[in-house]
Design a binder for this molecule. Structure first.
Ligand code: NAD
Ligand code: TDX
Length: 342
């Protein structure tokens, strides 16, 4: 408290990965709350990107550029004239990183390197969106939570590439003076999340008459936050955060997987045991938990979607009403899981 905060009012920002789950929510958040800001979305439209997510707001204030963050020439054309890069683009799914790590190295490590080089060359403010998974995991009976001081200890190919990208960002700040901030957020949920992820997979399985699939003993704990609270936190850090600093984002949403699954089954009118136990994920992190005191006390951020049960019910309603959005990806996703025994 009583610390200096830098006021920064970006007017022309690049949002990488703005057609994915969390990036598109951020684009809507800025569009709805900051009408003076122009947004350029840079997205490669991988299997996880969907232009539908931002179609309704494309126009004068939201522009779409189809391209890859690893493309240095494209960045040379695109970045000048913008005053900030907010970097969401990533390969984001742990199970995919176990099946085939290579795209994670490319996009998460090389892609971040290219963006940092562009931020350095054109002196553009840079915000790096990362994950609590860089800290590894906690034991179920450990009273501790992750803080900004927790040592890095990633477990999976995905989280190790995100940890690598965070370290690049810090080095580019210290060595080259890139004006950066980093945020590490816990598990997001909400509309537009790909059906490969835990909550949407179980909801859409039930909607398709398939049984939900629970990994291992189902006692792994995730710290759930609504994606809109993640967006408001990133905006707060971008505009008020201190350069060079890391902020953890979380909303005290710890819950184990079997409880989340049984809640979904109950809301959807199914028996609480109507699911399959499947093979565990190799290296499966046990528990994540975030202490977001720094963000709350220093920058005054607060989550607003604090009722997880209500958020889950709304999310179930969204997938029920938006079958056309998720159906095209469902069969291929389940075929891939089947091959992996999950
Ligand atoms: P997502 O997989 O839904 O979306 C990723 C987006 O990035 C897609 O639109 C995809 O097309 C795009 N993309 C991928 N590779 C690209 C490339 N090389 N060039 C340009 N665009 C590319 O991911 P998400 O769940 O929305 O996660 C977004 C960010 O938030 C990631 O950096 C992730 O690590 C981080 N994060 C996610 C969570 C979570 O719970 N999902 C939690 C904390 C942090
Ligand atoms: O079918 C499933 N059954 C199951 O039990 C799936 C897909 C997952 N799980 C378990 C594994 C995890 O304990 O549910 C939990 C959540 O799994 P994911 O949705 O795959 O998320 P997680 O691995 O925790 O990572 C997520 O949060 C941190 C995001 O995918 C990352 O991008 C983010 O960094």
């Amino acid at each position: 408290m009583g610390r200096m905060t830098e006021a920064f009012s970006p007017k022309n920002i690049i949002v990488t990965g703005g057609c994915g789950f969390i990036g598109s929510n951020f684009v809507h958040y800025v569009y709805n709350n900051h009408p003076d800001v122009h947004i350029t979305v840079l997205d490669a439209l991988t299997y996880a990107g969907n232009l539908e997510n931002i179609k309704a707001i494309l126009g004068d204030r939201v522009e779409f550029v189809h391209g890859n963050i690893c493309d240095a020439e494209l960045l040379d054309r695109l970045v000048p004239g913008h005053d900030a890069i907010v970097h969401y683009a990533a390969e984001s799914h742990n199970d995919n990183s176990i099946a085939n790590p290579e795209p994670f190295l490319k996009t998460n490590v090389e892609g971040t390197f290219r963006l940092l080089e562009a931020a350095r060359k054109y002196d553009v403010r840079y915000h790096h969106v990362s994950t609590d998974e860089v800290y590894g995991d906690l034991a179920l009976d450990d009273p501790a939570k992750f803080t900004e001081e927790t040592p890095y200890h990633p477990s999976s190919p995905y989280s190790s590439t995100k940890a690598s990208s965070d370290l690049l960002v810090r080095a580019w700040h210290r060595t080259f003076g890139v004006r950066m901030t980093i945020s590490n957020c816990s598990n997001n949920y909400g509309p537009y999340q790909h059906v490969e992820k835990f909550i949407p997979r179980q909801i859409t399985n039930i909607l398709d008459g398939l049984r939900p699939k629970l990994y291992g003993d189902g006692r792994n704990v995730r710290d759930w936050i609504h994606t809109e609270d993640h967006s408001s936190a990133v905006w707060t850090i971008l505009t008020k955060g201190r350069i060079g600093e890391t902020y953890l984002i979380g909303a005290n949403g710890e819950c184990n997987n079997i409880t989340v699954l049984r809640d979904i089954l109950e809301v959807m009118g199914k028996d609480r045991d109507d699911f399959d136990w499947v093979k565990d994920r190799p290296g499966h992190d046990r528990r994540y938990a975030i202490d977001s005191t720094k963000l709350q006390t220093e920058l005054g951020w607060k989550p607003t979607h604090t009722d997880f049960q209500k958020g889950l019910e709304k999310t179930i309603a969204w997938y029920t009403e938006n079958r056309a959005w998720w159906e095209p990806a469902k069969a291929a996703t389940e075929a891939k899981y089947k091959q992996q025994g999950q």
